[in-house]
Design a protein around this ligand. Structure first.
Ligand SMILES: C[S@@+](CC[C@H](N)C(=O)[O-])C[C@H]1O[C@@H](n2cnc3c(N)ncnc32)[C@H](O)[C@@H]1O
Length: 274
C-alpha cells in the first residue's frame, strides 16, 4: 500500500510541462477526435464536464472545444499550471472553464463541486494511492444518466508486480541515476516494435504514428509509464463489476489485450442494476 507520508510519487506535472513545450495543433485535433469517438458525439454544448487529474489539460481543452462547461483539477501543482497554460492560450478569461488544485481522494472537496454530465478521468485513479476509493469518489460526481469515461491500468499479474517495483525504484533513485532505470525500460517497451517495423520495411512507423493515440507523445508516455507511481491495476471484469453494482451500464470498452497499457471504459449511470 502506498504511504503518502513516506513514499515518493512521480512528478507527473514536470513531464506534462515538457510535453506541452512540443504540443502541435495536430495533437490537439487528435485529442479532440479521440474524445468525440469515445463519447460518440461531436458536441458537448451545455454539458458539465469534470476532468479529474487533468495533467497537461489537453482533454479539458478538447472538451471545451466541444462546447462543454469544464471543471479541471489535478493533485500535482505543475499539472494544474499546465492546464492553466492551455486555458490562457486558447480560452483566456473564459468563465466556462475552471481549474483548481484538488485531490481525487478528498471526498469533502469533491462533494462541494456538484454533479457532472461527463466525468473524465483517463489514467489517473490508479495513480492516487487508493484506487477503489478514487473510483468510488468518481462515481459520486456523475449525475443521473451521466457518463463516466475512465482508463485503468490492466492487471498483468506477475508482470504488474515487477513494473510496480521498477516504478518505485525510479522514484526512489536520485534524479541523476534515473536514466539507469528509464533506458532499459525504454528498450524493453520500444525495442520489439521497432524491430518489427524495420522488418516490415516501415522503419519507426509505430513511433511516427503514435500521435494518433489521443495526441500523445511516445517519448513522454514512456517516462510517464516508467515513473508513474503510485501504481495500481485492475482486470477489466473487476472494473465492470464495481460499476455494474453501482447501477452503470458499460457503453464502450477497449482492453489492453493482456498487455501493459490501460483498459478504457465508458459507463452510463442508469441508476438501476440489470
Ligand atoms: C497519467 S496522467 C493523465 C493525465 C490526463 N488525464 C490525460 O489523460 O492525459 C495522471 C494525472 O493524474 C494526476 N493525479 C494523480 N493522483 C491524483 C489525485 N489524487 N487527484 C487528482 N489528480 C491526481 C497526476 O498528477 C497526473 O497529472
Amino acid at each position: 500500500m502506498f504511504d503518502k507520508n513516506s513514499d515518493k510519487r512521480f512528478e507527473f506535472g514536470k513531464n506534462w510541462q515538457q510535453f506541452l513545450n512540443n504540443l502541435t495543433n495536430e495533437q490537439i485535433n487528435e485529442a479532440e477526435k479521440s474524445l468525440q469517438d469515445w463519447l460518440g458525439t461531436n458536441t458537448l454544448e451545455g454539458k458539465k464536464f469534470l476532468d479529474i487529474g487533468s495533467g497537461s489539460g489537453l482533454f479539458s481543452l478538447a472538451a471545451r472545444n466541444m462546447g462543454a462547461n469544464v471543471f479541471s483539477f489535478d493533485y500535482d501543482e505543475n499539472s494544474v499550471n499546465c492546464t492553466r497554460y492551455l486555458k490562457n492560450m486558447f480560452y483566456k478569461n473564459d468563465e466556462n472553464w475552471q481549474i483548481e488544485r484538488g485531490d481525487a481522494l478528498d471526498y469533502d472537496y469533491l462533494s462541494g463541486l456538484g454533479k457532472f454530465d461527463v466525468v473524465y478521468s483517463w489514467g489517473v485513479l490508479h495513480h492516487t494511492g487508493n484506487m477503489y476509493q478514487a473510483l468510488n469518489n468518481a462515481n459520486n460526481m456523475v449525475d443521473e444518466n451521466g457518463i463516466l469515461f475512465i482508463s485503468i491500468y490492466n492487471d498483468q499479474g506477475q508482470a504488474s508486480k515487477i513494473w510496480k517495483k521498477i516504478k518505485k525504484t525510479y522514484n526512489d533513485c536520485p534524479k541523476a541515476l534515473r536514466g539507469f532505470v528509464l533506458y532499459p525500460c525504454f528498450l524493453r517497451l520500444w525495442g520489439p516494435t521497432t524491430i518489427k517495423d524495420l522488418l516490415k520495411g516501415k522503419p519507426f512507423n509505430t513511433w511516427k504514428n503514435y500521435i494518433k493515440q489521443r495526441g500523445m507523445s511516445p517519448k513522454y508516455d514512456v517516462i510517464d509509464w516508467v515513473g508513474g507511481y503510485p501504481f495500481e491495476v485492475a482486470k477489466p471484469e473487476d472494473i465492470f463489476d464495481f460499476f455494474h453494482n453501482k447501477g452503470y451500464l458499460l457503453e464502450k470498452l477497449y482492453t489492453a489485450g493482456g498487455g501493459h497499457g490501460c483498459n478504457q471504459y465508458v459507463f452510463k449511470k442508469a441508476g438501476f442494476i440489470v
